[in-house]
Design a protein. Structure first.
Length: 147
């Protein structure tokens, strides 16, 4: 009887741990959609929409080591210093934790930076935090993908 109870407990506890909750799945899907929308807004120059999902303490690290805060990201897109022509996300996955979501992705970015056209293949990590006004991007770091 003890063996049966032990097996029963181990089986159902492992099944429960392996499954995402409905809330985690919904959060994961929502943040992945937000992540994709962010790139669309950057390409289209929809700065009001972009501004609404960037945390005031954002740290946005580009693959060249360039580090920007929220105001700098918005200002550089507005001025044309950084122009995103196209973003193709090839892979993106999200992991949900209490109060934050980590997105790992891979994609090809066609940009013009300080007047110079660049096509670059990147790996990136983004962290979204749950705030009173919704999910906000608090950190982003990108690395060039070696091919």
């Amino acid at each position: 009887m003890k063996q049966f109870l032990l097996i029963f407990f181990l089986f159902f506890s492992s099944v429960a741990l392996a499954q995402k909750t409905k809330e985690e799945s919904a959060t994961e899907k929502f943040v992945l959609k937000l992540h994709a929308a962010k790139f669309r807004w950057m390409v289209k120059g929809e700065l009001d929409s972009l501004n609404s999902i960037l945390d005031e303490r954002l740290q946005y690290v580009h693959s060249n080591g360039w580090i920007e805060n929220k105001k700098e990201v918005i200002a550089d897109i507005k001025s044309g210093k950084l122009k995103m022509n196209n973003v193709v996300v090839e892979e993106a996955s999200a992991r949900v934790y209490k109060g934050f979501v980590i997105v790992n992705g891979k994609g090809t970015f066609s940009v013009v930076m300080e007047g110079k056209p660049i096509d670059i293949h990147l790996l990136y990590t983004e962290v979204y935090a749950k705030r009173q006004n919704g999910w906000l991007l608090v950190s982003r770091h990108a690395n060039k993908l070696v091919q």
